[in-house]
Ligand binder design. Structure first.
Ligand code: TRP
Length: 468
């Protein structure tokens, strides 16, 4: 057992289970429920799913273990942990920059993540009102036609006060758990909310099995058509896998720093990756039957969850209540992830500036809230504001898209490449030989992946993302 609050004199997880649940809570989020089905739908279904799974096992899992190992090695803020590892290995303390990039990325991602979190809250509200006003037996949103339901989303985006208000609400709720701390906030939330999440996900999927177009969804997600695989599909799958597993953002370093030395991190990494991938696939099996049953195309884009799903709930019995449960489930998943995102800069600020947790949490409201305000306003008041038009990959983008592209296409791959180099080469035998919980051929295989395959794949992704 890992004693509560006793990891290197800092707060820590109270048990291995708590760590695993919190890490799964961090990994499972809008990435799985919103982005995965969208990306799969836009990139050819089965082809995407297959490449995605290969990426998780061969490229992401080694990095997931590496990041967690860095955190646990130092048992300190991500920068200090990375620095300690480098210095102990005879390398420059500047290697703390590995974590620096990650912390910055997590902060930026948190900014736009909370905007989407706000959209989810909006739909919780829509379905809650509908459940109360129309009873729970018929389909949802009965007084509205399909166009009116689809139009809810654009009209939400057009309202600066709604978008920003809900985003700030999401930020404040997240920061509340940050303020409560590792074992009393994050862990408690994960331990109670993750089972609720799994229950809802499975219940809605089973519901879709019986009343949706389940067969079509299975065929769509699992029919493998090799000819559909191309550079774009691989890029999308790998990028999605990194985002979904919360990699390249010092997130797993932060959570890993609260783990005691007796935990076998290779085992926990496998469990975390398997759970995250399982949830992504289940999310596909949950969403597509409902979407197909309503006759909506798989490639509906980002509107899949916010437009197609509400429309689909119109035509199914009990739609108001199922819709409410669905968006509550998404809220839970988004919240456990945004708490993880906030924790990265919070842990750093507490160590760097010696501030208390409440002060750090308050600063995060200001910092991440402000970033999110800019991102949220890019859909309405600042729609014409394209500050980086002169840089080719950002041309024509508002703040939301800039922050998204900057992090997913550039900063995550860079952060992850640095992790591979630090763990695989710089610190080489220090982490590779000890601590990792792997032995025999698996150990040698991991070493091979973290030194060669993962960084190489990431470099290719980076180049492709920049120039293709
Ligand atoms: N993985 C999360 C999701 O799927 C989002 C995320 C990306 C994240 N990077 C992170 C969460 C870092 C915590 C820490 O929604």
């Amino acid at each position: 057992m890992v004693a509560a609050g006793a990891v290197n004199g800092r707060e820590g997880w109270s048990s291995k289970t708590a760590f695993v649940l919190a890490a799964i809570g961090s990994a499972v989020g809008l990435g799985n429920l919103w982005r995965f089905p969208t990306e799969a739908g836009e990139n050819g279904g089965g082809a995407f799913v297959l490449v995605y799974i290969a990426c998780v096992i061969l490229i992401c899992l080694p990095v997931l273990l590496a990041e967690t190992l860095i955190g646990r090695y130092g048992q300190d803020s991500p920068t200090l942990s990375a620095r300690k590892l480098a210095v102990d290995s005879g390398a420059s303390p500047l290697w703390e920059g590995v974590a620096g990039v990650g912390i910055l990325t997590a902060t930026i991602v948190a900014g736009f993540y909370c905007v989407v979190g706000g959209w989810v809250l909006y739909y919780v509200g829509v379905f809650a009102v509908d459940s109360v006003s129309s009873g729970v037996t018929g389909g949802a949103l009965q007084g509205m036609d399909v166009d009116a339901v689809s139009a809810l989303f654009p009209s939400l985006l057009e309202s600066p006060s709604l978008v920003v208000g809900l985003q700030l609400l999401f930020v404040v709720v997240t920061a509340f758990f940050t303020y409560r701390g590792v074992s009393k906030g994050i862990e408690l939330m994960a331990v109670y909310l993750m089972p609720v999440f799994f229950f809802l996900l499975i219940a809605i999927t089973v519901y879709g099995m019986f009343s949706g177009a389940f067969g079509d969804a299975v065929a769509y997600l699992f029919t493998f058509e090799p000819e559909k695989i191309d550079g774009t599909v691989v890029l999308a799958a790998l990028g999605q896998a990194f985002f979904s597993l919360s990699l390249g953002m010092a997130g797993m370093m932060t959570y890993g720093s609260y783990v005691g030395r007796d935990v076998n991190l290779a085992g926990t990494s496998g469990v975390i990756a398997a759970a995250d991938t399982g949830v992504a696939l289940l999310a596909g099996l949950c969403i597509f039957p409902i979407v197909f049953a309503a006759g909506i195309a798989a490639g509906a884009g980002p509107g899949l969850m916010f437009q197609a799903i509400p429309v689909a709930f119109q035509s199914i019995p009990g739609g108001s209540l199922v819709g409410l449960l669905f968006f509550l489930m998404v809220t839970v998943a988004a919240l456990t992830s945004s708490v993880a995102l906030f924790e990265v800069p919070t842990a750093w600020a507490m160590e760097k500036f010696h501030v208390s947790r409440p002060k750090a949490a308050l600063s995060m409201i200001a910092l991440i809230g402000a970033l999110g305000v800019f991102a949220g306003l890019s859909f309405n008041a600042l729609a014409e504001f394209h500050p980086l038009d002169f840089i080719p990959i950002f041309t024509g983008m508002g703040m939301f898209d800039i922050l998204d592209t900057l992090t997913t296409k550039l900063m995550i791959p860079i952060g992850a490449i640095l992790v591979c180099v630090l763990v695989g080469w710089v610190a080489s035998d220090r982490l590779v030989d000890a601590e990792n919980g792997l032995s025999g051929w698996l150990h040698r295989f991991w070493r091979l992946l973290i030194r060669y395959l993962s960084p190489l794949a990431l470099v290719l992704i980076l180049i492709y993302g920049l120039f293709a």
